[in-house]
Design a protein around this ligand. Structure first.
Ligand code: ZN
Length: 509
């Protein structure tokens, strides 16, 4: 291409010194910066060149750069959602309003044991560009379904199957997956042995990945489930994170501090255990998790669920394919109409859903789901305040649970501004720098030169969530401008048409 060496050298010189001039430069000034490290807010400016932050400090505008007047608002790193289910919706709603309206710029997928391979994700993001970044764990359940067959997972894996899972997992980790995720409470993984999980965890640790888990129980056998994740951390010495920590059994309400004490003991022993948490007292999942012993036709278990595991008068069916008109109704309302007890109604709903699945093998999508009131807000606050917990949404873009649109702004509006339970700097740290550190994401989560320009400009006094159970898609207030990889993707309640989201890979250095 180059006739002589000199011409080549001139060309390199030209490119190196003029490239930044061609890349879009932006200066965000008149702002208070909260940089994500947990340190205090400070006045300053941030310069973006291309997709990265180039300078932070007292900066003077340069000729030709775009100036953004921050009007004294807060500039923070874009929020990282430690446990997200938004990806599917982002395939259709590529502008990512559900995430951007709450300041999220990176979602962490592959949660609860299910996820896509890194190649599939890369192809997906190439084919259908989206507004936000995506990082991913490799799902244990997905590995089981691949190796054991989708309809043969209600049993422990055999050793040769574990070996096959290991070889797939190894490939994924080498392609930049953050680590191994499990969803041990769900039937498709519930029958795995602790040894199976530990074998896969050891491989993950050897390749410097991490472990994140929807633990085996969030209610009746929670002690065992906590022991299991602590043992995984102890045996493998890798960082382990409990997904969406909660106390889902009424008789455990008010004991979050005891559980935190147990986690602190583990940390003192040198186990790097952390958690993520969302700010709501109700979860959203399948009706089947209300039967921890998987005995769906046992009235005693159904009665226990009604008394201890959820409040039927405040718990609402999300989707219900067998009788779509049940959607949006509480379990108590359905029980009243059918003149049966709430426990019997719960059993009937599960039975009708299984029957529907059998009769409609080609039906894709969710057959049933419930938004179940099952937590005590004092516990939720204690978990949010634990210094080693980070914020997640556990949400999606369907609007079936308000967490999909409002988790992060709810923390800023209600826990910081209204209740004053934590400082703005602490809250931001739990949404950015600490999250990146817990999950092993590099180059994001902190405002500093050289990092990707994922940023959120917001008003700390007006920021608040508006999504509710009745209107799960209501947009938050107070999030002014959101940048992803240097591009403005959201401005004053509207998304721009930019789709700069990248696949975020674990650093393999
Ligand atoms: Zn989960």
């Amino acid at each position: 291409m180059f006739k002589n060496k000199k011409l080549f050298q001139y060309s390199v010189f030209f490119l190196v010194f003029t490239l930044p001039l061609f890349m879009q430069a932006q200066l965000i000034h008149q702002i208070k910066i909260i940089d994500g490290t947990g340190g205090s807010a400070f006045n300053g400016s941030v310069r973006i060149i291309g997709n990265k932050i180039s300078e932070v400090g007292n900066l003077t505008p340069r000729k030709g750069e775009q100036i953004i007047d921050g009007k004294g608002l807060i500039l923070a790193p874009g929020f990282i959602d430690a446990h997200s289910h938004h990806l599917q919706d982002l395939q259709q709603n590529r502008d990512g309003l559900s995430t951007l309206n709450q300041g999220i710029t990176t979602i962490v997928t592959g949660q609860d044991g299910w996820g896509y391979s890194m190649d599939t994700l890369a192809a997906m993001m190439n084919r259908i560009p989206i507004a936000v970044n995506v990082a991913a764990y490799t799902g244990h359940t997905s590995l089981r379904e691949d190796v054991m067959g989708e309809n043969d997972v209600l049993r422990p894996a055999k050793q040769d199957e574990i070996e096959k899972m290991k070889s797939v997992l190894e490939i994924e980790l080498k392609k930049g997956s953050l680590g191994l995720s499990t969803g041990l409470e769900y039937e498709e993984a519930f029958y795995s042995t602790r040894d199976e999980v530990i074998q896969l965890s050891k491989l993950t640790a050897a390749l410097k990945g991490r472990y994140i888990s929807h633990i085996r129980s969030e209610d009746v056998t929670m002690d065992d489930a906590i022991d299991e994740i602590i043992e995984i951390g102890r045996t493998t010495k890798m960082s382990v994170q409990i997904s969406h920590i909660k106390l889902g059994k009424k008789s455990d309400w008010g004991t979050a501090k005891n559980l935190i004490e147990k986690l602190e003991q583990a940390r003192k022993e040198g186990i790097d255990i952390t958690t993520d948490v969302y700010p709501y007292t109700y979860w959203h999942s399948t009706l089947r998790v209300l039967f921890p012993a998987r005995d769906y036709t046992n009235i005693k278990s159904a009665e226990f669920a009604v008394k201890q595991l959820f409040d039927p008068s405040q718990s609402i069916l999300g989707v219900y394919a067998p009788i779509p008109s049940y959607q949006g109704k509480t379990i108590s309302e359905i029980a009243n109409t059918s003149k049966k007890s709430e426990a019997q109604t719960l059993m009937d709903l599960v039975a009708m859903a299984s029957d529907f699945k059998l009769k409609n093998p080609d039906y894709h999508g969710s057959i049933e789901s419930i938004t179940a009131k099952s937590m005590y807000d004092g516990d939720v606050a204690d978990f949010i305040l634990w210094p080693h917990s980070v914020i997640c949404s556990d949400g999606n873009g369907s609007g079936t649970h308000p967490r999909g649109y409002g988790s992060f702004t709810r923390i800023l509006g209600r826990y910081v501004q209204e209740k004053k339970l934590l400082s703005l700097e602490e809250a931001i740290h739990k949404m950015t720098g600490l999250t990146a550190m817990n999950l092993g994401i590099e180059g994001r989560g902190i405002i500093k030169a050289g990092n990707y320009a994922d940023l959120v400009l917001f008003n700390p006094e007006t920021v608040i969530d508006h999504a509710t159970i009745e209107n799960g898609k209501a947009l938050s207030e107070g999030i002014d401008i959101v940048w992803v990889n240097g591009k403005i993707v959201y401005n004053s309640g509207k998304s721009t048409s930019e789709k700069p989201g990248m696949l975020v890979k674990r650093s393999l250095k």
